[in-house]
Design a protein around this ligand. Structure first.
Ligand SMILES: *Cc1c(COP(=O)(O)O)cnc(C)c1O
Length: 466
């Protein structure tokens, strides 16, 4: 398709946007000074802006368009469902076909842990709502178990679990906590397993992984083991900057949660649906969660849908426990669930999780690692189809650039200008590209990233900063 610039549309939308649109996670003064970027269409792994520029979407929208853009099957599934039954609720002893089929499908896709299956699904419209659901669900579980004093949920600093009051509290983003008196009571945090930040001199990643997991045990003992309801964590932290834990971390966490009998919640809003080369990431790390959060790629982002996968241990108690007074108008929305079913069909047909595990994931790892020879880059690491690199002044110590230099934002801008979307998280530049990428696409992406790094480096040299 040819690139068509739409300057009039851009100017009109920019003016209207500035006048009326309160954006999520946006500094509006900075945005007004620069003018918002208008995206007009997308196909495959590419997006187009209103200037007609074609940009490789290295972030899959916002970690969600795993099947790529322009998938006809997904649009048709939505259309047919809207014609048949656009909405009906699932409260008050009623159901519709798509959420039933999807609940069944998800419980089949999720492998059992220690012979225990995930038997039930609670649907929401987002990851935040799903994590809110956990807060109520685990407390309800412990009430029904006759241990109502178990209320505390342990999470991690720099985790991202969403943006509602409870989800932002579960998250460990200090900038979010500072606005609105968060976290709410009953949620406490431990340090993240980020080797490059917390390693001690001479410490191996494996030794660090065990030490980091023990922070959980220390916190449990500090709070009181009989007061802890659950531990929640992302298998690989996404929005925190693609923080990949050492291989020893999760097995030790697993030992600890079992020792104290607390529930384990795996927030797989990013990591599930092939992102790390498996349908669910707990498989990859040998985690045995009681509850799993999903959202984003369950529909490849085409329509909003999220939910909670509930394992036998909790489901049995909830099902026998009478009414759980919790639900959303759109819990089990038929159109969202129909699109999810079509998306899972597509991912199964194209074997996307297997492709990531056996082919494109290892290839990305190999190619992404080559970026570590760039003068700006300290570490370049990946896991499945997420990857992150550290921008540094000193490749030996990984010393970051002074924060007010805003090197990450400069690099992000060069990425856009070069034609690839990367996200900047502090000193880390990260990607999570669509899973439909081929090896040739990966080559193109790595090339674009290298050119953006070169342009950033040239700027810093011109400014006398390196
Ligand atoms: C995006 C995200 C959420 C929040 O999902 P929303 O749909 O934005 O509410 C929760 N957890 C993780 C790990 C996420 O990446």
């Amino acid at each position: 398709m040819t690139a068509v610039a739409e300057p009039d549309l851009k100017h009109e939308l920019r003016a209207l946007d500035a006048a009326h649109f309160l954006h999520p996670f946006t500094d509006h003064a900075a945005l007004a000074a620069k003018g918002v970027r208008v995206i007009t269409r997308a196909e495959g792994i590419w997006i187009w802006d209103a200037d007609g520029h074609r940009i490789l979407d290295g972030m899959s929208g916002l970690w969600c368009v795993n099947a790529g853009y322009g998938r006809r099957e997904l649009a048709e599934a939505a259309y047919h469902q809207m014609r048949t039954l656009p909405f009906y609720n699932t409260f008050f002893q009623t159901t519709t076909e798509p959420p039933v089929r999807l609940a069944r499908r998800l419980t089949e896709l999720a492998p059992p842990v220690d012979g225990r299956r995930f038997t039930h699904v609670f649907f929401t419209s987002s990851g935040s709502e799903a994590n809110d659901t956990h807060v109520r669900l685990v407390r309800r579980y412990w009430d029904l178990m006759g241990q109502p004093q178990r209320k505390v949920i342990i999470s991690r600093w720099n985790a991202y679990h969403g943006s509602t009051v409870a989800a932002a509290s579960l998250g460990g983003m200090r900038a979010m906590h500072e606005q609105g008196d968060l976290p709410i009571p009953g949620i406490v945090h431990i340090e993240q397993p980020y080797y490059w930040q917390h390693r001690q001199p001479g410490e191996t990643p494996e030794a660090f992984g065990v030490r980091a997991a023990r922070w959980l045990e220390e916190k449990i003992l500090e709070v009181g083991p009989d007061k802890v309801a659950a531990f929640i964590a992302e298998p690989v932290q996404g929005a925190g900057g693609v923080i990949i834990p050492p291989s020893t971390y999760w097995p030790e966490v697993q030992r600890i949660v079992e020792r104290y009998g607390i529930l384990l919640i795996s927030d797989e809003v990013i990591c599930a649906f092939g992102r790390l080369g498996h349908w669910f990431a707990y498989e990859r790390f040998g985690i045995k969660p009681d509850l799993v959060t999903f959202a984003k790629a369950v529909t490849s982002g085409y329509v909003p849908l999220g939910g909670v996968l509930v394992g036998e241990r909790v489901a049995r108690v909830l099902v026998e426990g009478g009414e759980f007074t919790h639900g959303y108008t759109y819990s089990g929305h038929p159109v969202a669930c129909a699109v999810a079913l079509a998306n899972l069909d597509l991912m199964q047909r194209e074997r996307l999780p297997e492709r990531v595990r056996d082919d494109t994931g290892p290839y990305l790892a190999e190619r992404f690692a080559t970026l570590a020879d760039h003068p700006l880059v300290g570490v370049a690491e990946s896991c499945g189809m997420v990857a992150g690199l550290i921008l540094t002044r000193d490749k030996a110590t990984l010393e970051p650039f002074p924060e007010d230099w805003e090197v990450g934002l400069l690099c992000r801008q060069h990425c856009f200008d070069t034609g690839v979307v990367m996200r900047a998280v502090g000193a880390r530049m990260i990607i999570a590209p669509p899973l439909v990428m081929t090896r040739a696409d990966i080559d193109v992406m790595i090339d674009l990233i290298r050119r953006a790094l070169d342009a950033t480096w040239a700027d810093l040299q011109r400014q006398g900063r390196v």
